[in-house]
Design a protein around this ligand. Structure first.
Ligand SMILES: [Zn+2]
Length: 51
């Protein structure tokens, strides 16, 4: 998903509330500026994210 379902903002600009490594990859809990929240699963992360 590239844009927020709710307001259309690019999801790249959404905040990452938390991230967890699982056996399936990196699960990230994202929150848009409009308050819409969703869960993202990244099966592969080329580089560690700076927190
Ligand atoms: Zn939004």
């Amino acid at each position: 998903m590239e844009f927020c379902d709710s307001c259309g903002h690019p999801t790249a600009l959404a905040e990452t509330e938390s991230a967890h490594h699982t056996s399936q990859g990196l699960v990230r809990y994202r929150r848009c500026a409009c308050g819409h929240r969703w869960v993202e699963l990244a099966p592969f992360l080329p580089r560690p994210v700076r927190l």
